[in-house]
Design a protein around this ligand. Sequence first.
Ligand SMILES: [Zn+2]
Length: 164
Amino acid sequence: MKQKEVLDLIKLIDRTYKTDYAGDGDIVRDWFKVLKNYELSDMTKSLNYYMKNYTTYAPKVYDLIRGYSTIDSKKLLENSKTRCLFCGKVISIDDTKHEDRCRSVEFIKRAVKRFKDQDIDAEKYRTMSEEEFNKYYLSAVKLVINNSTNDLEVNMWKNYLKNL
Ligand SMILES: [Zn+2]
């Protein structure tokens, strides 16, 4: 929040609770020191909630920030998220397991479409257990090996099976 925004908020508190926070330079400074790390929209929401629920005592600055994240920590959280290239879900950047599974589902989907002309229920494959999934993955690999006319591809998958 900007200094002016903090002051407006304090004045609103003064009007509501008959306090004189705005007239106390120390309070204004202290509130700004804390609130500059928070978003105006969050603190407005928080104050509205407080005013609805506590009518006797004016809020302390810590009553307002309770449960809210600072601007910095929000940014950090946002930067650590990405979208899965395959299913579009928002995932954590270090969630390699999720993308591995989605990539493998994509492989099964294409193999089944190509050699059996069938569509699979991708969501079912995304959520099944590792053990069960591996069985389907292996049978898709075998489907490719047994049906593909591309020698390079067939050899690649044969090597894959050898190295399991
Ligand atoms: Zn995904």
